[in-house]
Design a binder for this molecule. Structure first.
Ligand SMILES: Cc1ncc(COP(=O)(O)O)c(C=O)c1O
Length: 502
């Protein structure tokens, strides 16, 4: 048999440090220009269709390397011509953080270092940094020092993991071994304002919509604890097994905070898992100024909050905190034969792949950690409370204007309002038209490029919604949101009203 020819090196993918610097310099130039232009000439968003954007960005993959100049020019077009900007001062929609500058720099280092934080041995410093972060968050929330957790992709994943934990620990049988058919229907209790990802988590975990109870809210859109108790009792009487209550610490629509302490009492009384979805508001619970609004959060079995929302860090990184690491192990441990441990011999730490539904993971903690180090916590305290003050400022301006109506009290950094032509104020029969008018208005504001609000449905009514998790937004954006709402709202009313209302 002829011996196999010794393969010669193939180095095309192995760029030299000089090549790295050349592309890195281009990337740095684009990023710095983006920061310069965010406040100047860039719109918050563009009026471009999916087809137009697709045509502009969808290149053929070349078989040969794209010249650096072409690649840089292409990236400039992606960034400056075909994107929208959550870091623009006018972006006040949904709950998408502006993206910290130190966080973006940290992301480059994290990607360059390329740690796999699923396993401690593949990410020693990264794993320990992540655990420092988790312990610091837990301590600020008043959770026990035994608390554990990790950074995951988002609030949706946190809610899924939390309900998986609840199912493992409170189903009453071994769900991991025996599946969902081995016991009765399980149920989870949430407010009617809960984020849809909780419902979806219940569906994915086999509880189905049949296992979700949406509990009534009070006038401030907070879960009614008496109704919660009644729903639990009713399920118990029907042979359904309650496993968890999810309290919202800042609802997506209006920023309402459920009565967490009272819910914790109910969970203790009935032996249920208590999860707090603080994807949005959880960051405020870390502050000295606002923590009092979240009393009871420290009693939760699990808490989620999203640094990529109100700690402003770049996408994506959400934090899951759990009172006790063994609970995570029981729910998620797997034993891959190709990974063996000898902690006594090696002194290595815990592997997150055994504590989570993830396996390979990125070093997402670095952008959060570096942002906190670079800014210091006081800057966060000041900015988070500033966002709340801006929401209050906008609310007061709405209340003072005859063509605007406040749709809910301001909650955390959220303000909900709508445009109401004065002659339609108080006319119940105009409600549907006002919903349609404000929906069109929201799209026109978003396409207009100056300010970018989103919406909430509050009490069945369509509201424009401003949510500030953006450290570039100031009072002048609030003023502009109002002036643009009035300008576009008046024009739209003149255009639409004759078709709908006499
Ligand atoms: C209260 C709440 N929970 C969960 C989520 C989902 O979080 P993510 O988008 O980070 O997955 C959101 C998103 O806005 C939210 O507001």
């Amino acid at each position: 048999m002829t011996p196999t020819t010794r393969p010669t090196p193939e180095r095309a993918l192995d760029w030299t440090p000089a090549e790295a610097r050349a592309l890195g310099d281009e990337a740095l130039d684009i990023w710095v220009e983006l920061l310069e232009r965010l406040r100047d000439d860039l719109p918050v968003a563009r009026n471009r269709s999916a087809a137009q954007v697709s045509e502009a960005v969808g290149l053929e993959i070349p078989s040969q390397p794209m010249p650096l100049d072409d690649l840089a020019a292409y990236l400039r077009r992606v960034v400056f011509d075909e994107s929208m900007y959550p870091g623009h001062p006018g972006f006040v929609a949904y709950i998408s953080g502006a993206g910290t500058v130190p966080g973006a720099a940290a992301d480059l280092i994290a990607a360059g270092l390329n740690q796999n934080t699923g396993g401690w041995r593949l990410s020693p410093a990264a794993s320990e940094i992540e655990q420092h972060l988790i312990r610091w968050f837990a301590a600020r929330l008043g959770m026990p020092m035994s608390s554990s957790g990790y950074i995951t992709t988002g609030g949706a994943m946190v809610n899924f993991i939390a309900l998986a934990l609840a199912r493992t620990h409170h189903a009453g049988w071994d769900v991991r071994a025996d599946g969902m058919l081995a016991g009765p229907q399980l149920s989870v209790y949430v407010s009617s304002e809960v984020h849809d990802t909780v419902d979806r988590a219940a569906q994915m975990l086999g509880l189905g919509d049949a296992g979700i109870r949406h509990i009534h809210t009070d006038g401030e859109l907070r879960m009614e604890v008496d109704a919660l108790r009644a729903a639990i009792e009713q399920d118990l009487a029907a042979g359904i097994r309650p496993i968890a209550v999810v309290g919202s610490a800042g609802t997506t629509g209006t920023g309402a905070i459920d009565p967490l302490d009272a819910i914790a009492d109910v969970c203790t009384e009935y032996g249920l898992w208590f999860h707090v979805d603080g994807a949005y508001g959880g960051a405020a619970a870390l502050t000295d100024a606002l923590r009092h609004l979240f009393t009871g959060i420290e009693r939760a079995d699990s808490v989620g909050f999203d640094p990529h929302k109100w700690l402003y860090t770049p996408m994506a990184g959400a934090c899951l905190l759990v009172r006790d690491q063994t609970l995570l192990e029981e729910a998620f441990a797997v034993h891959a034969t190709y990974i063996v441990d000898d902690d006594e011999h090696t002194g290595w730490g815990a592997d997150v792949y055994t504590l989570s539904p993830h396996f390979s993971r990125s070093f997402a903690a670095l952008k959060i950690w570096v942002s906190l180090l670079a800014h210091g916590w006081d800057a966060y305290e000041r900015r988070i409370t500033h966002d709340v003050a801006l929401a209050r400022y906008l609310h007061d301006a709405v209340v003072a204007h005859p063509e605007l109506e406040a749709i809910a009290a301001p909650g955390l950094s959220i303000t909900c309002f709508r445009f109401v032509p004065p002659d339609l104020a108080g006319r119940v029969e105009a409600d549907r038209y006002l919903d349609e008018l404000n929906e069109r208005l929201m799209f026109d504001l978003q396409l207009g490029g100056r300010v970018f609000p989103s919406n909430a449905i509050v009490g069945g009514r369509f509201a424009l919604r401003s949510c500030i998790v953006n450290f570039r937004t100031e009072a002048d954006t609030m003023d502009e949101l109002i002036s643009e709402t009035l300008r576009l709202g008046r024009g739209l009313d003149a255009e639409l009203r004759p078709e709908v209302l006499p």
